[in-house]
Ligand binder design. Sequence first.
Ligand code: SAH
Ligand code: SF4
Length: 426
Amino acid sequence: MNERDSEAVTGLLLGRGYEAAASAEEADVLLYNTCSVRDHAEQKVFGRMGHFKTLKEKNPALVVGIVGCMAQEHGENFFKKNPEIDLVCGPGNLSQIPDLVDEIWRERSPRLAIDKLNDEYGLEGIHYRSGKIKALVTIMTGCDHRCTYCIVPYTRGGECSRGSGSILREMKDLESRGFKDVMLLGQNVNSYGKGLEEKIDFAGLLGKIQEAAPGIGRLRFITSHPKDAHTRLFRAMRDLPMVCEQLHLPVQSGSTRTLRRMKREHTREWYLEQIAEYRSLVPGGSLSTDFIVGFPGETREDFEETLSLAEEAQFDSAYVFQYSPRPGTPALKLADDVSPAEKAGRHQRLLSLQRAISLKKNQALIGDTVEVLFESKTKRGEERFVGRTRSYKRVVAAGPGDLVGRLRKARIAGAADETLLGEILP
Ligand code: SAH
Ligand code: SF4
């Protein structure tokens, strides 16, 4: 979501006549888009302040802005602690950035813009894209769930869906420009359509996109909440050719006791039933998840249940996060009672279990033929290319020829936990 926000703001500024600078040192305007989900991400931003200060000392005309969720969360405190900052702008005010930057230039006084949680559709239909093959498209913002650990509903507000007409126009535009893989974005895409005048749900939107822009070929989406992902969605994934066989369904914990205290609104059993249904309706579909370890009150037994869920669910991949207390969230009232060492230990155990599962699942693909969309050369500069399968597995393969932007059939010849080795078929 942040990536698309940054791209859209870049588009707005380019539209005003700004040009991209080669480096922060050469820039006249420096905007830092931020995330509040975990303390770790915030500390990285605070760690950059010294650098901003040095840049500003070298170029006093420089405009420095903190934008996104941390701007929303900390507001004017940024100005108090960091006088080098000129602009603090939350996610709902991003479309005002060109005006705000102009004002700061003119008046040389700071600006605070955090009054709108839900005006992201000021960013609607912005033409600019940083790539040529893959594109991100925001279909809704905010979240109506209240998971007790999560700051998102407070920095990004309640759910707000974008009208399907505007989304379809953007999809057609991307199709005509040759984009081949589009990721739809929302905190909880499965509740798309709530609150709109038109009668539409997420599966319905996928059907409309299939009709309007089939030439894109690949359509994906993140994120799905287990409570709102159900049969209609899995059927749409099965029946619509452009919808990729990939589902990211964050579970957070394998212990129903912990899930209750997280207010996740699903149990272990419900989650396992959902993924069984997904796998029966979308055979060969990949499944990934998010886990939080060390949530307040998580006992060793609770954590063992998370390990056993990981074993049972056999995810293709998973993100594992250590619980991080967030300001203003309900979980803050619970004692953060799992010690840092214990959190780190649980993190390691779950990660290594998941790595072994990911490796085993990838090894099972050896010998299969898959369709790969190649995106770039490998960093090492040899004539090798990196692409993704429809199920979002990363594949590395050698030519013949330049494969960037091409769809090719490949035979899987080798596997590691995060990458497959492909041989291009004639
Ligand atoms: N809307 C999405 C993503 C939310 S944030 C969803 O509901 O799935 C992405 C991930 O960050 C979450 O799935 C969760 O695993 C993690 N996360 C959120 N708050 C956290 C916190 N306070 N501490 C650690 N991890 C957190
Ligand atoms: Fe946060 Fe829960 Fe909403 Fe996801 S569903 S954004 S974890 S409150």
